[in-house]
Design a binder for this molecule. Structure first.
Ligand SMILES: Nc1ncnc2c1ncn2[C@@H]1O[C@H](COP(=O)(O)OP(=O)(O)OP(=O)(O)O)[C@@H](O)[C@H]1O
Length: 499
């Protein structure tokens, strides 16, 4: 197909759940050889649209044409064979299967009699791993890779499959800067060879860097199309997405504060010894490459990385965080970056999810009015897009699930909160609301430990940044020294690897 010809077209394509539109009737074209961005607030309908194009979500009405052929009733597998691929928001790997099998499925090379040629599976997989510079062993089961590495493997698989249209739904979520850079290099390389992409991201800078054209959705409706993201400013993109001007939140730093959380000769699997003090009402950032100790320490404090020695002292008293319930009892709550496996139970309603394991009671009975009041207050604050408090969280969009998870952490009334990638998957407006909320919590005396791969976010909200390397604290940044470059340099200096 020639560059510029229509590779995909939708006519009156719509999706309703019950009476509610996830996506109103939509006419859209995607040009061959383009990198087409889909932008929009949480719950705007972006994932629904790519799901309908890929064949994993059934439209309520309308048509989808691929290279001029109506594929509306064509199944998901057939669409893959036609070259339509979707990398969804979750890794979508088969945990029990090896890296090689995950990469080569469903088209495993076969010999006479249909027998799988395993040596070929492994050698072809090795080539893909080499091409995408992924240091995995082909025989390792995917489940043994970290969430982060599973994501990289899933990206490599989608890009390897190529075809006429590759759709990437928030592919950079929780990737480090260097991995983003690599991903963009791969995308550009493949695009130069003619590959068409749909790219979904909540980062305006990424949209401006990689997309030729974009379409903007709001609350299930197309609000702008044919937008060249490089011809407008980032603030203008934010305004298109949210419908209002978005004010960036900048925290007034709290450089010093009375000790609140202290770690003394603290050691946990993959980290230590650590001696560290966190002041009351401070936001302290932990940065580090995978296995540096940053995440390991945060998880150990939150009770997710058992087997630690040494002391955690909170408000002058030693506390136990041997597991998550113990950490909660001590007043320490951890917001996971893995909401699918560690966060939410998909079948449970929003209202119940906000109190998972911690239902308010009155005279020994579940206090439903209190649960309802809490739902209302969180909803006023974070604007969860849903059909109501009873909707199962599994039916919410990714960003709205994240809002529920944040609400669930706050319902624990913690004294210390550990936020692991709190704004991944949330739209530009909500991101600023979450930053404002963090600031407000610290003014109430709550201390925050923040992990984020977004250096800009770290600079805007952290009072102190602790850089980890080789399982120890390598550097502490404060005040004007907290800059994106300094954060990246502090990793590069010690490792020679760019962050
Ligand atoms: N199975 C379902 N049942 C009911 N409603 C659903 C279901 N799946 C999605 N929705 C609704 O469809 C709407 C669009 O969701 P979608 O996931 O497409 O949003 P999105 O633009 O991708 O958002 P995000 O940026 O948060 O990922 C949301 O309001 C969501 O709650």
């Amino acid at each position: 197909m020639e560059r510029g010809e229509v590779v995909l077209e939708t006519r009156g394509l719509e999706k309703k759940y019950g009476e509610n539109y996830a996506l109103e009737p939509l006419d859209l074209t995607i040009a061959a050889g383009s990198i087409h961005g889909f932008l929009g607030k949480n719950g705007a309908g972006k994932s629904t649209l790519v799901g309908m194009i890929a064949g994993s979500v059934r439209p309520t009405a309308g048509e989808i044409l691929h290279e001029g052929t109506d594929i509306t009733s064509t199944g998901y597998t057939e669409r893959r064979a036609m070259g339509i691929h979707l990398l969804g928001q979750h890794a979508e790997l088969v945990g029990a299967l090896s890296v090689a099998e995950n990469l080569m499925m469903p088209n495993l090379p076969r010999g006479a009699g249909g027998l799988v040629k395993w040596s070929k599976v492994r050698s072809e997989a090795r080539e893909v791993l080499e091409r995408y510079r992924l240091p995995f062993h082909v025989s390792t089961p995917a489940a043994e890779l970290s969430l982060h590495d599973q994501r990289r493997l899933a990206i490599a698989r989608t890009l390897r499959e190529g075809g006429s249209l590759a759709m990437l739904d928030e592919p950079t979520a929780a990737l480090s800067r260097s991995e983003r850079r690599e991903l963009f290099d791969w995308i550009r390389e493949l695009n130069a060879e003619g590959q068409t992409f749909v790219f979904i991201s909540h980062y305006n800078s990424e949209i401006q860097e990689i997309c030729d054209e974009c379409t903007v959705f709001r609350d299930g409706r197309l609000v702008a199309s044919g937008v060249n993201p490089r011809s407008i400013s980032s603030a203008e993109i934010s305004e298109l997405v949210t419908g209002t001007a978005v004010q960036e939140f900048h925290r007034v730093p709290v450089p010093e504060a009375q000790a609140h959380l202290e770690l003394r000769d603290f050691r946990a699997p993959g980290v230590g010894p650590i001696d560290l003090e966190i002041g009351r009402g401070q936001i302290i950032g932990f940065v580090g490459l995978p296995s540096s100790g940053a995440k390991e320490l945060a998880r150990a404090i939150g009770g997710l990385n058992p087997g630690h020695t040494g002391e955690i002292v909170l408000d002058g008293k030693a506390v136990a965080t041997a597991d998550v319930p113990a950490a909660h009892a001590a007043g320490i709550a951890y917001l996971t970056d893995d909401r699918i496996h560690e966060g939410l139970v998909k079948e449970i309603s929003i209202m119940e999810s906000l109190h998972l394991g911690n239902w308010p009671t009155s005279r020994g009975l579940v206090d439903f009015p209190a649960m309802k009041r809490y739902y209302t207050s969180i909803n006023q604050r974070l604007h969860i897009r849903s059909s109501g408090q009873q909707q199962p969280v599994g039916e919410l969009s990714g960003g709205n699930q994240q809002k529920v998870l944040i609400g669930a952490i706050l319902a624990l009334n913690p004294r210390v909160i550990i936020l692991d990638e709190p704004t991944v998957g949330v739209d530009v407006g909500t991101k600023e609301e979450i930053h404002g909320l963090m600031d407000e919590l610290t003014r109430q005396g709550i201390s925050v430990i923040l992990l984020t791969y977004d250096a800009d976010e770290m600079c805007r909200v952290a009072d102190i940044v602790v850089a980890f390397q080789d399982q120890r604290v390598a550097r502490v940044l404060t005040g004007a020294d907290i800059t994106a470059d300094a954060i990246i340099d502090s990793l590069v200096e010690h490792t020679g690897v760019s962050a």
